[in-house]
Ligand binder design. Structure first.
Ligand code: GLP
Length: 241
């Protein structure tokens, strides 16, 4: 694991965007695995800036997102589809049809998950997967569990995740209780993984994930076994290392 220490959120975001820019420059038809949440918003803002300056061209890039809430429509402002349109896709030059997110509107979990695995396979796999880190060590929506769930699956969200994510909703009761998420093997098959972490609130879980035992109780800990992981964490998040 390559740990890059950043000064603060801005610095973390710029460093992450620089690595993504390098990936797309070296391989213009890259498949980027993308994440939602507060952590990557600054990274996306930077990427939009690079695109506007003419330094980055997304016309050959394909994207696959980690996860989507089950039951939210694409027009729901809390869906991850909407989030990605808002924070990145509508502001860069991705080709139409080049972005994929699990279909949260389809109730047939088995079909959604099998289709998503096939989509990723048909794209040739993920070149660079961007990940945030959940407060409980989740990646995508792979919640702490007794075993690692391997493929894309439908997950019951942990109560702590529902509470953490309720900040984006009018009330905690509106947070969906289930989601479709890439599985641990789906994520681990990415050629490169880039994890971004910021804030003192993530200091304990960052330490557990990358310096503790590898266990499905801390899903991100599996990343210790990936051959090409870069973690960019700000000073506050590195506080317990
Ligand atoms: C969310 C997402 C994850 C994200 C994580 C951390 O629930 N499903 O992909 O990485 O939780 O979110 P944040 O970046 O807002 O702390």
């Amino acid at each position: 694991m390559n740990l890059i220490k950043a000064k603060d959120y801005e610095d973390m975001s710029r460093k992450a965007a620089n690595l993504i820019m390098a990936q797309v420059t070296l391989k213009p038809d890259s498949v980027l695995g993308l994440a939602t949440g507060s952590t990557p918003m600054g990274t996306y803002q930077q990427l939009i800036g690079y695109y506007r300056q003419g330094d980055l061209d997304f016309s050959g890039v394909r994207t696959v997102n980690l996860d989507e809430y089950r039951g939210l429509s694409r027009t729901d402002s809390q869906s991850y589809y909407y989030f990605m349109q808002e924070h990145l896709f509508s502001q860069i030059n991705l080709a139409p049809g080049a972005s994929f997110i699990p279909d949260g509107t389809n109730d047939d979990a088995a079909a959604v998950c099998a289709d998503y695995e096939e989509t990723i396979r048909a794209l040739g796999g993920v070149d660079l997967q961007l990940l945030g880190l959940g407060n409980n060590g989740h990646i995508g929506f792979n919640e702490p569990a007794e075993v690692f769930e391997k493929e894309t699956h439908c997950v019951d969200l942990a109560q702590s995740t529902i509470e953490a994510n309720s900040r984006f909703f009018a009330s905690v009761d509106e947070v969906p209780t289930q989601a479709y998420t890439m599985g641990i093997r789906t994520i681990m098959k990415a050629k490169k993984i880039l994890v971004i972490v910021n804030g003192a609130g993530k200091a304990d879980i960052l330490k557990q994930a990358f310096y503790g035992p590898i266990t499905p109780k801390v899903p991100a800990s599996i990343l210790q076994l990936h051959p090409d992981v870069t973690v960019i964490a700000d000073e506050a998040a590195c506080g317990k290392l």
